[in-house]
Design a binder for this molecule. Structure first.
Ligand code: ZN
Length: 90
């Protein structure tokens, strides 16, 4: 049995763990920034692309869409051109 490999392997595992933790933290921080920016847009109550109203889509937490999104009869705002703007605040 090679007793020298155990500490090295353990050290590699702890490095990998630290890298994963750092990546998770970086991702969480990035998402928090994106969600904060999206929340600021949502707070205006207007689509940033076409100026129509926006609404929450209850099928996913934090999902907001332009009132001019969706197909024909499902559009909340049938005026103007179709708009596919959407964002996530969570
Ligand atoms: Zn729009």
């Amino acid at each position: 049995m090679n007793t020298n490999s155990a500490p090295a392997a353990k050290s590699l595992r702890s490095i990998a763990r630290a890298e994963k933790a750092a990546a998770r933290k970086a991702h969480a921080e990035k998402m928090a920034k994106l969600h904060a920016a999206a929340a600021a847009v949502v707070a205006t109550g207007k689509c940033p692309e076409c100026g129509a109203g926006i609404h929450r889509n209850s099928s996913m937490t934090g999902w907001w869409q332009c009132d001019r999104s969706g197909s024909a009869s499902f559009r909340r705002d049938p005026s103007g051109a179709h708009c596919s703007w959407q964002t996530f605040t969570a």
